[in-house]
Design a protein around this ligand. Structure first.
Ligand code: FPP
Length: 239
């Protein structure tokens, strides 16, 4: 079976999961962190090499202040409590998104996680935090503009490939499979450049309920897709 090298997940539905149970939203996010822990473990066991998760979007700042504080707190707890285990399991942590504007404590934690794990090779865990795809592309354009002004990049040489080197995901493979839980069917500014040829899977379950069987089913569904990248169907090419 063809295992996707890179799975990207929009972990949606924490709030509804909590509401269904008469719990505060933060309880849903806590359960979401637990589902993330398990998914990292399961992805590693299944031989998935890259896992990118949307943990906090640039647009999430518009949520009530208390919820933003809860999400920041959960990231701190996740890094503090889980970093040692992630490191032991050979997980390399990488973070994409805008670092400016984050609390110094969070920035330091993210940098520590990246530095400690940078030689690990089992699974790349990419945490999209304070991430927005359009913002990422605009920041890349700004950096290219600066490089042109400094004379280190020739505008005539800018191509999709060279542009990608200025994105937060420079050097990462594009996602093969994007999963979104909770029944919503949209991308919400998650990796718009990188998902040009990704396969998409929208699942009805809320993120805290996403388990090993769901990941296995998703990988099976991916394996049955016919990826063409704009070319002809594989079966016709073979004829
Ligand atoms: C969407 O659910 C989820 C988020 C906005 C955040 C995802 C965060 C986690 C899984 C936990 C945090 C993990 C880390 C590492 C910080 P929602 O709140 O939009 O749910 P709803 O649409 O049902 O309201």
């Amino acid at each position: 079976m063809s295992i996707p090298a890179h799975v990207a997940i929009i972990m949606d539905g924490n709030g509804r999961w909590a509401k269904q149970r008469g719990l505060p939203r933060v309880a849903g996010h806590r359960a979401g962190v637990e589902a993330l822990r398990k998914t990292v473990r399961n992805a590693g066991e299944m031989g998935i090499a890259w896992l990118t998760v949307y943990a906090f979007s640039s647009e999430n700042w518009s949520r009530p202040k208390s919820e933003v504080t809860d999400l920041m707190g959960l990231l701190k707890i996740f890094i503090r409590r889980d970093l040692a285990e992630l490191h032991r399991n050979g997980v390399r942590v990488r973070v994409i998104g805008e670092r400016d504007g984050l609390e110094v404590e969070i920035r330091t934690l993210l940098e520590e996680a990246e530095a400690l794990t940078h030689q690990n090779r089992n699974l790349n865990l990419v945490i999209a935090f304070n991430y927005g795809g359009r913002d990422e592309i605009a920041r890349a354009a700004k950096r290219i503009g600066e490089a042109v002004a400094a004379g280190t990049v020739d505008p005539a040489e800018i191509s999709a490939e060279t542009f990608a080197n200025f994105l937060d995901t420079a050097g990462f493979p594009d996602p093969d499979l994007v999963i979104r839980t909770s029944g919503e069917m949209r991308l919400s500014n998650f990796l718009p450049w990188q998902t040009a040829y990704s396969e998409f899977l929208f699942l009805p379950c809320y993120w805290p309920d996403f388990g090993k069987a769901d990941l296995e089913d998703a990988v099976r569904a991916y394996a049955s897709r016919d990826r063409r990248y704009g070319g002809a169907p594989a079966r016709d090419v073979a004829l």
